[in-house]
Write a protein that binds this ligand. Structure first.
Ligand SMILES: [Zn+2]
Length: 205
């Protein structure tokens, strides 16, 4: 079990877990640093998401202060704490897609209770909402139709499996497609499913 016990903000944790699995890195102490750190890279196009990442870190680790490190076109939101690997036991050597990523029972329980927060974290890190459009002639008049879709791309089949199992749990329909890069792309395009995603996640901001 994690070490903050009942104090853990479970909704914020579920979101941060999605962010971590999507695009987070934990660094362990070495000869130069004494403390573990969690780093989530946020694109400067979406300042609202950077704020929301930082806020989730504050809620999950109320004893530690996140900070931002500016890089070209993005910021790393960083948090130092020696309780990172107990909160995110998925940490391990090598890349996430080269090892098994499975949730601990206590994590699965939190995701089951807060599935939308988990999905939002995954979409905010490795996903997006895109609007495609087309025109069609209706009664001699050219009309524009928009098709919003959600996409999530990841190279780890385990993380794809966690994402799609959670979509199933909330009743969102999805399709998978293999990318030439070896990644899997999940798309949500059905109107009712997109509406459900919009009600809980929405476009990046
Ligand atoms: Zn701990």
């Amino acid at each position: 079990m994690h070490c903050y016990g009942d104090d853990l903000d479970r909704g914020a944790y579920s979101y941060l877990l999605g962010l971590y699995l999507g695009d987070g890195h934990i660094l362990l102490p070495n000869e130069y640093r004494r403390t573990q750190s969690l780093q989530i890279t946020c694109d400067d196009h979406w300042p609202g998401i950077t704020d929301s990442v930082e806020n989730a870190m504050r809620l999950v680790f109320p004893r530690n202060k996140p900070c931002r490190v500016r890089r070209t076109g993005c910021h790393d939101v960083k948090l130092y704490s020696n309780h990172l690997t107990c909160h995110f036991p998925q940490h391990g050597p090598g890349k996430k897609h080269e090892r098994t990523i499975a949730l601990e029972p206590w994590q699965q329980e939190i995701v089951d209770a807060h599935p939308w927060e988990f999905l939002r974290g995954l979409i905010h890190s490795d996903g997006c909402r895109i609007t495609n459009w087309t025109t069609r002639m209706v009664g001699g008049v050219k009309k524009r139709y928009e098709y919003p879709r959600y996409f999530f791309t990841n190279t780890s089949t385990d993380i794809i499996g966690l994402f799609t199992a959670t979509l199933d749990a909330v009743g969102v329909q999805w399709k998978a497609a293999a990318r030439p890069t070896g990644a899997t792309n999940i798309s949500v395009a059905r109107k009712d499913s997109v509406a459900l995603m919009d009600a809980h996640i929405g476009p990046k901001y």
